[in-house]
Design a binder for this molecule. Structure first.
Ligand SMILES: Nc1ncnc2c1ncn2[C@@H]1O[C@H](COP(=O)(O)OP(=O)(O)OP(=O)(O)O)[C@@H](O)[C@H]1O
Ligand SMILES: [Mg+2]
Length: 261
């Protein structure tokens, strides 16, 4: 759990902070959809701190069970004691629970969320017989990357339609330059060409690349350059190598980078 502390820095792209706050005040769950490294986790951390709520983050995966979220009985010195899972703790404390990559979770796990994410706002704990009512301060936020979805995964409509949704793309160029400069310490005018390159690389998504270069990788690249690495080397390590293992495609990207810069 992270306690509300100093505000993690977040540069908004649009009205997403206001939307998050409306969702929170009106007790509605929120789904963030967006590619890897576009700022979803940072956004949730920022908003939790801004609203003064503790944050529980759960990374979802195939093996995650409903008990991993809600809790289980544990053996302690011969006794069995109930231990709350992160979702249960968040409900009890009126915290924000953030389920990252929620499409990775199995259907039986997402079903646990149903009574919490409609107007009932309850969490039934079958094992202890409790029925927890979520306080006004509790909020459920989930995120996923629609690009990686396949037919088997993807959210059921009955789950999806319990959430407000926010399409979380890469920040617009002005905002992205501000983010990269602030996060890396590289002067803004030296970040601008990197953003231009990122756009050229993002345009290749779906043709040569599975996913465009993320804001996260841009920050890595600028951090290396700010620390004194030659831009060519930094770009290759942070913005080209991570995108593809195909030697031919990589050579093409290096050429493209030389052209754009
Ligand atoms: N709006 C923003 N304000 C400040 N920093 C940002 C912003 N967007 C992205 N970043 C930077 O990009 C990095 C990656 O963002 P983050 O970890 O939030 O991505 P994510 O969308 O959660 O990715 P993933 O889906 O892979 O978990 C952050 O650590 C931060 O440095
Ligand atoms: Mg994340």
């Amino acid at each position: 759990m992270s306690k509300p502390g100093p505000l993690p820095s977040y540069v908004p792209s649009g009205d997403e902070c206001a939307l998050f706050e409306h969702a929170y005040r009106n007790r509605l769950p929120l789904l963030l959809k967006g590619p890897t490294g576009c700022g979803k986790t940072r956004f949730v951390a920022h908003m939790a701190a801004a609203l003064g709520r503790p944050l529980y983050t759960v990374s979802c995966h195939d093996d995650l069970t409903a008990a991993d979220l809600t809790g289980r009985y544990l053996l302690k010195g011969g006794d069995t004691v109930w231990a709350d899972g992160p979702l249960t703790r968040a409900v009890r404390e009126g915290a924000i629970c953030y389920l990252d990559e929620v499409v990775e979770a199995r259907k039986d796990v997402t079903v646990v969320l149903h009574p919490l994410t409609d107007d009932r706002r309850v969490l039934p704990l079958d094992r202890t017989g409790e029925l927890l009512r979520a306080p006004a301060e509790f909020m459920l936020v989930a995120s996923y990357n629609p690009g990686y979805q396949n037919v088997l995964k993807g959210l059921k409509p009955s789950t999806r339609q319990r959430f407000l949704a926010l399409d979380f793309g890469f920040p617009p160029p002005e905002a992205e330059a501000a983010i990269v400069a602030e996060e890396s310490g590289l002067p803004r005018d030296r970040c601008v060409p990197l953003i231009r390159l990122a756009h050229a690389l993002r345009d290749l998504k779906g043709q040569d690349l599975e996913e465009g270069v993320s804001t996260r990788l841009l920050v890595y690249c600028a951090t290396l350059i700010a620390a004194g690495m030659k831009p060519d080397r930094a770009i290759r390590a942070a913005m080209i190598e991570p995108l593809t293992d195909d030697a031919g495609a990589r050579a093409g990207l290096i050429e493209l980078a030389a052209m754009v810069l």
